[in-house]
Design a protein around this ligand. Structure first.
Ligand code: TPP
Ligand code: MG
Length: 401
């Protein structure tokens, strides 16, 4: 008989149960459940590309016909191609660092495409796919990673906030923003507004995330907490973050939590639309745990072979988010080879454009750091800008002598 996964003692279980620790067999059973996602995983498209009916979620993707699915496929291929190009450019010294999204395309495109124009998204630092889905030019991401810019897009126009490197911090910002949407009466019907915030499995151990859960819960804020559980927080695996599946944490705060197959773009779209809909109608917040896998290093400064076995990666390659859509489209006769070839050609052109831009990226003027600090002019900052520029001028004239 397979070992039971360890569960946390419940109140009233008695001192023996409270003192009990998981046995080695239970730990192994828990790890297996982790890699397979468990029975509670919401999935609409299997890794083999078979459509699984879902009485609860099918209605949220009724409009996704073959053309729409080809569109989602194209989005994921383009985003992955851009990601691989940026990774290569870091290796060639054109970018200071890159944060790969490889493997997380479905979680990001599915949730990103579920958003409406008036919704707001708060990313962490790996959400290049969401940026693309929000209409941000991917060129504008690259200045951050070439270390010439802090952020390069109009966050209000795109409904996509600047990247946040401080783990979990954006959850507080998003909770505040969503509370504002509630206070201003922007929720309550189909056209209501909602906010989505992205964070990782490791971030769930941060106080900021906990506080965000508390504030959003007690104010019924229209906030979707979108946790991409990619199994790793740099070198720390998820079982070092929690004794329970992460989505179950929501129950303790008093709002619904759900685990979706994060490598299934259709399920991510459906579950995100459902959760956003709940928020629009004033039934927020909702926690989504998108169960996925970081197929590459944490960043280009990381070497994952130091802390994880390659058979884990091999196992997850079989659950590739793009391949299952390709299999579904091909098998059902919804796309032919000419379509796949044209998407590949578009992706190559997309990457070439990013490459040309990066190689010719203008250096910002040195006083750029003083721009966009305040919405309006600030005399103290202006004085500092002048002082800094005259300091730099001193170097030029010293060199001229
Ligand atoms: C407050 C804070 N502590 C530590 C770090 C260093 N750090 C950067 S990424 C990371 C792991 C985050 O893992 P996870 O939340 O799972 O997100 P992922 O990188 O897997 O997308 C840590 C600890 C940080 N950036 N901010
Ligand atoms: Mg992680």
């Amino acid at each position: 008989m397979p070992s039971e996964q360890w569960t946390h003692p419940e109140p009233g279980d008695g001192p023996a149960a409270v003192a009990a620790q998981p046995s080695p067999e239970q730990v192994i059973a828990g790890l297996r459940a982790t890699s397979e996602g468990g029975a509670e995983l919401t999935q609409l498209l299997t890794p083999e590309g078979e459509r699984v009916p879902s009485p609860q979620f099918d209605k949220y993707v009724e409009d996704v016909d073959a053309e729409a699915l080809r569109g989602l496929y194209r989005d994921m291929v383009l985003v992955r191609r851009a990601d691989r190009e940026a990774n290569a450019m870091q290796r060639q010294g054109q970018l200071g660092i890159w944060v790969p999204l490889l493997g997380q395309e479905a979680a990001q495109i599915g949730s990103g495409r579920a958003l409406k124009a008036h919704d707001m998204a708060f990313p962490s630092y790996r959400e290049h796919g969401v940026a693309y889905a929000r209409g941000v030019d991917m060129k504008d991401l690259l200045g951050i990673f070439r270390c010439t810019d802090h952020s390069g897009w109009d966050y209000q126009r795109h409904g996509f906030h600047p990247y946040t490197i401080v783990i979990g911090n954006q959850v507080l910002n998003a909770a505040g923003y969503a509370m504002g949407q509630k206070f201003e009466g922007k929720v309550g019907d189909d056209d209501g507004e909602a906010t989505i915030v992205y964070f990782g499995d490791g971030a769930t151990s941060q106080g900021d995330v906990h506080e965000g859960f508390v504030w959003a819960a007690v104010y019924d804020a229209p906030l979707v907490f979108f946790c991409q559980n990619n199994q790793w927080a740099i070198s720390e695996p998820t079982e070092r973050q929690s004794r329970l599946p992460l989505y179950q944490r929501a129950r303790g705060y008093g709002f619904p939590g759900i685990r979706v197959d994060g490598n299934d773009v259709l399920a991510c779209l459906a579950v995100s639309r459902w959760a956003l809909d709940e928020c629009r109608h004033g039934n927020g917040p909702v926690l989504i745990e998108a169960f996925t896998y970081r197929m590459d290093a944490h960043t280009t400064t990381d070497d994952p072979t130091r802390y994880r076995l390659s058979d884990e990666l091999e196992e997850w390659k079989l659950k590739d988010p793009i391949e299952r859509v390709r299999a579904y489209l091909a098998r059902g006769g919804y796309a032919d080879q000419a379509f796949f070839d044209s998407v590949q050609a578009d992706a190559d052109a997309f990457a070439a454009d990013l490459r040309d831009y990066t190689f010719n990226m203008p250096e910002p003027p040195p006083d750029r750091i003083f721009s966009n600090v305040y919405a309006e002019g600030n005399p103290l900052l202006e004085a500092q800008r002048e002082e800094f520029l005259s300091y730099l001028d001193g170097f030029v004239s010293a060199g001229e002598h």
